[in-house]
Design a protein around this ligand. Structure first.
Ligand code: PMP
Length: 383
């Protein structure tokens, strides 16, 4: 009876239990989600005790690492694919394929949602990434195309290649869809319609500052636009890793400071161990929210690495590099605003995605960017 009842509820069909003639739907209250897509979003907003105690503020991190694909990108992948379906571009089980050029979490989220919805995924990425990433994508059934890393203006750059593959892919009913997270408005919309409202609800609208890094900028713009329209005096701070051009754009309205421009020979590459945030161009998704950004914080690799180790030591919180950058900037924001303020940031993914790079002391030593968090060091010492 119970299982019949659960099934009935999930499939939303009126159904009488045959043997007992009991309408189980009236008797069984269920809380069931529909497949992996049903696990996405509604992530908890957690108090980060160490940073709250250290500043006298309430420092809150939205636990996006709890999404089924392991990051906030699940929301984006789901909304990009759903939007393409609504526009009649994608039809399930037709051999249609979602193409994306990505080094990170978006590929994993796309591979997962594509499987769940009856599509194929084709992910183009540079060949210098952590081996677990390729393996995970392949286990999720995606085709992984590895290419040599080149500048973003090169035709053979992975995002450009993904666009080209999609354009050239057409087999009868099967359509090649270039997801294009950097420019696709469905990325912004995922956060404007879901993540933003969740933060608003979870804080009761009592929030003084939002602190976020930006890769595509979809998260920052989406949440920012939603909250700025509703919360008076909300301050928004960009958390930018070293080597990224966004900090200077926000502070001085130039993409590079003269020294950075000279020093950055590869120009489009962001020179940091942090993955997922920091970029040297302006995307449409970032531009949607830029006017609302009040100020920016530059976060060094040293600060991010030490913060990640500190959060484990103090809170048992094991996060990835972009979350660590966000937390450094959230701490700075708290110090700047003073005690008694509510500060929200995002914990984008778990440290498990970063075991062989950001979380590997051996890797960091080999790169000459190893920074040890000494037992006596507190956040006041290293930020
Ligand atoms: N953190 C991680 C781990 C990510 O993969 C990304 C996406 N590149 C971000 C943060 C930044 O999100 P957004 O692209 O929305 O700016």
């Amino acid at each position: 009876v119970l299982l019949t009842g659960l099934f009935t509820k999930v499939s939303n069909k009126k159904h009488k239990d045959q043997e007992n003639q009991v309408n189980v739907e009236e008797h069984v209250e269920t809380e069931i989600v529909d497949g992996v897509a049903g696990l996405i979003g509604n992530t908890p907003l957690m108090k980060i005790k160490s940073l709250s105690d250290a500043t006298g503020c309430l420092v809150l991190g939205k636990a996006e690492f709890l999404n089924p694909g392991g990051s906030s990108k699940d929301r984006v992948a789901l909304n990009m694919i759903q939007t393409a379906e609504e526009q009649g571009i994608l039809k399930p089980h037709t051999g249609s394929t979602v193409f994306e050029g990505t080094v990170g979490s978006t590929g994993i989220s796309i591979a997962m949602i594509a499987r769940a919805k009856g599509y194929k995924a084709w992910i183009v990425m540079p060949d210098d990434q952590a081996v677990e990433k390729y393996q995970l994508l392949e286990k999720l059934g995606a085709t992984v195309e590895k290419v040599r890393p080149v500048s973003i203006v090169d035709k053979k750059q992975f995002v450009n290649l993904a666009r080209e593959r999609a354009a050239n892919f057409s087999h009868g009913e099967a359509y090649g869809y270039f997801a294009d997270q950097f420019e696709n408005e469905a990325n912004f919309q995922a956060h404007y319609t879901l993540t933003g409202p969740e933060v608003y609800r979870q804080t009761g609208g009592k929030i003084d500052a939002l602190v976020l890094g930006a890769g595509t900028g979809g998260t920052l713009s989406g949440i920012t636009c939603y909250l700025k329209e509703r919360v008076n005096n909300l301050k928004v701070f960009l958390a930018d890793p070293q080597g990224s051009g966004l900090f200077n754009k926000v502070k001085y309205n130039v993409m590079y400071s003269p020294t950075e421009q000279e020093g950055n020979r590869r120009r489009h590459q962001v020179d940091t161990v942090v993955e997922g945030i920091g970029i040297n161009r302006l995307t449409q998704n970032f531009e949607k929210g830029r006017r609302y950004i009040d100020d920016a914080f530059r976060v060094t690799d040293e600060e991010a690495i030490k913060m990640s180790r500190y959060l484990v030591r103090e809170d048992g919180l094991f996060v990835g590099s972009s979350s660590a950058v966000n937390c450094v900037a959230a701490y700075r924001t708290a110090k700047q605003l003073g005690p008694g303020h509510v500060i929200v940031t995002l914990l984008n993914d778990s440290g498990q995605r970063h075991l062989t790079k950001f979380w590997s002391d051996e890797y960091l030593k080999a790169q000459d960017i190893y920074f040890e968090l000494k037992p006596e060091e507190t956040v006041h010492d290293f930020v």
